[in-house]
Design a protein around this ligand. Structure first.
Ligand SMILES: *Cc1c(COP(=O)(O)O)cnc(C)c1O
Length: 376
């Protein structure tokens, strides 16, 4: 049987050269403070593809990788990536043995987690490399301060456990100057001092993308940028980052409608003049939020054009006025914005979310992902 070429309706093109350059910028900042860079590739590399993003990040100078679960970390090991790798949040019944056998560092926030990691270490005969997480004010995972002295003492006493690091996560680093940042840093210093008193000599890591960019004093031994490696800037000041993902489709049909005709479900938009419409075969099942109906532009034929009427499950309609786009012409829904086209950030701002959610949401079966810039 011959394979039929299947042109993609919805295409996420990931520029691996952009990821590499973004990481080069971040790891150069980290290196100025003597810190290494752990590139965060959780959630399938924020929708960009974990393995490909990881390889591009390592080419850009990252020396560590971070994933959410041991399953995500194991997938990177299975892909043949053997750099230091941390995972930090799993289901309660997760067996840590496969992670330890694959040389994956694990995070511990509680005595119960420490017991499970240490039991897995005893069972496998592998020493567990543990990063003890202190909750310094985010109040999600991490050990509360009152339980910390006991946790560091027990960890220090565990025969099969090496405490590699003490770490924490910031709540509002994307608002530089927010008073919580210094408060969290002070609590982090206290937690580290207690770990030292317990006889440990761990590394420290605290900084996400925002703190990597704005708080060199908080770089410590490693920084943990995520969103910025994909080229999305979490802080107010401009940075030389390039968005790595372009979401595109193409024109499948054009038609002329008369003034007074309306478009899409509910007929929410009515042409006030004769106009040409272009049909683009992507909709909310492909990651275009329906709440962007009437509030988004695309880049088509060298300029921005408005999407008119409702975003449907499988299609959107673009108003082209008296221009006649070619069937097959590329339509960019979001990308780098370099030429003035729309960006993931613009979508996020318009619908009241963050660009993290937009790009992460592009990981879905209907969106075909392709890579460019692997050797750039
Ligand atoms: C997601 C995550 C990061 C990266 O955060 P960004 O804001 O994307 O840079 C760092 N550390 C932890 C623990 C995280 O969960």
């Amino acid at each position: 049987m011959t394979a039929h070429p299947r042109p993609a309706r919805a295409l996420a093109t990931v520029d691996l050269g952009a990821i590499r350059r973004n990481v080069a910028l971040l790891s150069a900042r980290a290196a100025e403070s003597g810190a290494g860079t752990m590139a965060i590739v959780k959630a399938d590399g924020y929708g960009h593809g974990a393995e490909q993003a990881a390889r591009a990040a390592l080419r850009g100078g990252a020396t560590w990788l971070g994933a959410c679960s041991t399953a995500e970390a194991l997938a990177l090991r299975e892909a043949g990536i053997d750099v230091p790798l941390l995972s930090w949040l799993d289901a309660v019944d997760t067996d840590f043995a496969p992670a330890l056998e694959a040389g994956i560092d694990v995070s511990v926030s509680s005595a119960a987690e420490l017991a499970r990691v240490s039991a897995a270490a005893a069972r496998t005969g592998r020493r567990a490399r543990v990063h003890l997480k202190i909750d310094t004010g985010l109040s999600r995972n991490g050990c509360p301060a009152e339980l910390w002295p006991a946790l560091v003492k027990s960890a220090a006493a565990e025969p099969d456990v090496d405490v590699v690091a003490v770490w924490s996560h910031l709540a509002a680093a994307d608002e530089p100057g927010h008073p919580s940042i210094d408060r969290q840093a002070a609590r982090f210093a206290d937690a580290y001092a207690l770990a030292r008193e317990a006889g440990l000599n761990p590394m420290r890591h605290l900084a996400n993308s925002a703190a990597t960019l704005t708080r060199p004093d908080l770089h410590f031994d490693l920084v943990r940028p995520g969103i910025a490696i994909y080229g999305l800037n979490p802080v107010p000041q401009p940075e030389q980052l390039t968005p790595a993902m372009t979401f595109s489709s193409h024109v499948v049909l054009t038609k002329r409608i008369a003034a007074g005709e309306s478009v899409s479900y509910g007929l929410t938009w009515t042409a006030d003049r004769d106009t040409t419409l272009a049909l683009v075969p992507v909709g909310y099942a492909d990651g275009v939020p329906r709440t962007l109906s009437g509030r988004m532009d695309v880049w088509l034929g060298g300029r921005r054009r408005p999407v008119v009427g409702r975003v449907c499950m499988d299609q959107i309609v673009v108003d082209c006025g008296d221009d006649e786009p070619q069937v097959g012409a590329e339509v960019v829904l979001f990308g780098t914005g370099a030429e003035g086209g729309p960006t993931a950030r613009e979508w996020a701002d318009e619908i009241g979310t963050i660009d993290y959610e937009i790009v992460t949401g592009m990981y879905r079966p209907r969106v075909h992902r392709v890579y460019t810039g692997a050797d750039s």
